[in-house]
Design a protein around this ligand. Structure first.
Ligand code: SAM
Length: 268
């Protein structure tokens, strides 16, 4: 599926130099069955030695694979053929490449720019609450919650996005948002810390592990929220969340998407 969040024709292959180890590892691990992607990635890396070096050193677990696909890459490609291979890879990885360009993310991702913060603020009482946002991205949920909460922790595993949020906090003198690293399956917080733990477009790779971790850090009587943005996708309610005791709330986005948000009160 192509979202067109980036225009790959205008994006340098060096953009991968801005991405984190977990993204490089994912690119080198999760698409090995996709022969066309592997062929283009090999050709692009063979002709971009600095990016190939970065892949192998930033993600040492990917080094054997990087060396293998470079060794198998077509030889003697023209500059135009190399650029076509780069564009193929950039397009294929656009949902990760866009993390290198947070302003582009805010401008081009409809789930961010079409969203109304009331869809979050109606889900719980944020007044004076201690809140965790897991996988904050550019801070769609975190900055909305901060308008009412006492303190928001924005947890985000992508360095460029952490820096984007820190720059915004400095620029706008926001005093109650702190930005930290962390993934949904391994959050750097003590048990029973937060009144509200929220996320959007993050939970789903491993529901059991991720929800166990979100539940661990929420206080007894606290709330877990899953609040996606207003995209244009037609979808059904998430049976995995409903089956784990979440309530669902439905609305139609401006662009006709079926948007479900979820809430679960946690009793320990
Ligand atoms: C599609 S974006 C959504 C950003 C934000 N939550 C929003 O809805 O506007 C997904 C975000 O989750 C982060 N992410 C990816 N894997 C993650 C994980 N395992 N745990 C926490 N965050 C993750 C990405 O770096 C990215 O910022």
């Amino acid at each position: 599926m192509r979202y067109n969040w980036i225009n790959a024709e205008e994006v340098s292959f060096n953009s991968f130099l801005l991405l984190d180890r977990w993204i490089i590892a994912m690119i080198c691990r999760d698409y090995r069955e996709w022969a066309e992607f592997e062929k283009n990635l090999g050709a692009a890396l063979a002709n971009n030695p600095a990016v190939a070096w970065y892949f192998a050193h930033r993600s040492p677990e990917s080094k054997p694979y990087v060396e293998q696909i470079i060794a198998s890459a077509a030889k003697g490609l023209s500059a135009d053929e190399v650029r076509q291979a780069e564009i193929f890879v950039l397009h294929a990885m656009e949902t990760s490449v866009v993390y290198a360009f947070p302003e582009v993310m805010n401008r081009n991702c409809n789930y961010i720019y079409d969203w109304d913060k009331q869809h979050l603020l109606h889900l719980a009482d944020f007044t004076d609450a201690l809140v965790l946002d897991v996988g904050s991205g550019t801070g769609r949920l975190a900055f909305a919650a901060a308008e009412q909460a006492r303190q928001v922790y924005a947890s985000e595993p992508t360095d460029r996005l952490r820096e984007y949020m820190r720059d915004k906090i400095r620029r706008e003198n926001i005093r109650n948002v702190k930005v930290l690293d962390g993934t949904a399956d391994s959050l750097p917080y003590e048990d029973n810390t937060f009144d509200i733990v929220m996320s959007g477009h993050v939970v789903g790779d491993n529901y059991d592990l991720e929800l166990a971790e979100l539940t661990r850090v929420v206080k007894n009587g606290g709330v877990i929220i899953d609040c996606i943005g207003d995209d244009d996708l037609k979808r059904k309610p998430d049976g995995e969340l409903l089956g784990r005791g979440f309530e669902a709330f439905y609305h139609v986005s401006k662009s006709g998407g079926d948007i479900y948000t979820y809430r679960k009160k946690i009793t320990k």
